[in-house]
Design a binder for this molecule. Structure first.
Ligand code: UT7
Length: 332
């Protein structure tokens, strides 16, 4: 049974420290011109000092909860999406539960990389449809600067740190905000983007090199995969939503590369003024990129509420997820 779900609150947080493309050119053989023309990125916000993925996630979660009007003790599930939480365990979701005082929430983390928010929305919907949850908090928090090889110019220029959060609630007024949702995975292409576990065999069994927990990516193949596979997946979700592409106000894509965003806009024939992008400022923040783009655009008045929007993400796995949503006034 499908029950009406309300997107009741959204929040985001980014660290204060800003690193420009010119700054990066001091540590790797790159240039502002290369990064800007190939990706659209101009700056990224990076963690400093003792601040962690958990801290960022907590700040974003507090904002989303405040906007939602839901009390922490009313949250049934906390789902956290993070490439690398502060700890492998306790999970980021459990850490958030304790800090928020969401005592009755069931908590777990998911690994769906940049599609993490949409995967979290799909899981939340299943819990709500089955009567297992009334309120779910999804937190995407990405400390990607801790996962990068800062001597690899092919990856280190592309990513940034940040967090976004969303509260979903059973809609008491009967209006459904999740018009359609589609999730995909293609594990046979998993080698396109990888981050190895540092775990190694016992030294009594064999000697090992130190593990290196860095993001490695075949950018060109990811690019080709996304621009060919994502548009039909988005079109399918739009069709399921009952809306026509030209009736949807905004396209909020995962912020991985401005050229990919422009290719999606063109391929979907989406109106240019409705395409949301902030990759210039934050680079690719993986699962956090969609909720950051959403919450920031609403806050800055770039997205006018109420509205309809396509949220679409793709990433390591390979995973992909798209949701066609209605966004009410006052959610961010
Ligand atoms: O959220 C995860 C999803 N990830 C993505 O969506 C990434 C998708 N892919 C991309 O965005 C692009 O493929 C990149 C931005 C990663 C790379 O752009 P590209 O146009 O595909 O460049 P390329 O990898 O084909 O490299 C072109 C050249 C190479 O030099 P040669 O072999 O032509 O001499 C690279 O070595 O650019 C060189 N290069 C750089 N040069 C300056 C690679 N990185 C850099 C750099 N600065 N940072």
């Amino acid at each position: 049974m499908s029950i009406p779900i309300k997107i009741s609150g959204i929040g985001y947080y980014v660290p204060e420290t800003v690193i420009s493309n010119d700054d990066l050119a001091k540590i790797v053989d790159t240039s502002d011109e290369w990064i800007k023309t190939r990706t659209g990125i101009e700056r990224r916000h990076l963690l400093s000092g003792n601040e962690t993925a958990f801290d960022m996630g907590l700040a974003a979660a507090k904002k989303a909860i405040e906007k939602s009007g839901v009390k922490p003790e009313e949250i049934d599930y906390i789902i956290a999406a993070a490439c690398l939480g502060t700890h492998i365990y306790p999970s980021t979701a459990c850490e958030l539960q304790a800090a928020l005082g969401a005592d009755k929430a069931v908590c777990f983390d998911i690994t769906a990389a940049c599609a993490g928010l949409i995967y979290g929305m799909g899981i939340s919907k299943a819990f709500m449809d089955s009567g297992m949850a009334k309120n779910v908090l999804i937190v995407a928090t990405e400390a990607l600067s801790h996962c990068l090889d800062w001597s690899d110019r092919g990856t280190c220029v592309l990513f940034g740190d940040g967090a976004g959060a969303m509260v979903l609630s059973v809609a008491e007024d009967g209006q459904n905000d999740i018009l359609s949702i589609g999730l995909r995975a293609q594990g046979d292409l998993g080698h396109y983007i990888t981050m190895e576990s540092p775990g190694k065999n016992c030294s009594l069994v064999e000697q090992n090199d130190e593990g290196q927990m860095y993001i490695k990516m075949n950018g060109r193949e990811v690019y080709k995969y996304v621009v060919t596979k994502l548009p039909p997946h988005i079109e399918e979700c739009v069709e399921k939503s009952g809306l026509k592409m030209d009736e949807i106000d905004y396209l909020v894509p995962h912020q991985a590369n401005l050229r990919i965003i422009e290719a999606l806009e063109k391929r979907l024939n989406f109106k240019h003024e409705g395409v949301i992008s902030n990759i210039q400022e934050y680079a690719n923040t993986s699962a956090a990129s969609i909720p950051i783009a959403l919450a920031e655009s609403i806050e800055q008045g770039k997205m006018k509420l109420p509205c309809t929007a396509i949220l679409t993400g793709f990433g390591a796995g390979m995973t992909a997820g798209t949701a066609v949503v209605r966004l009410r006034e006052g959610i961010a």
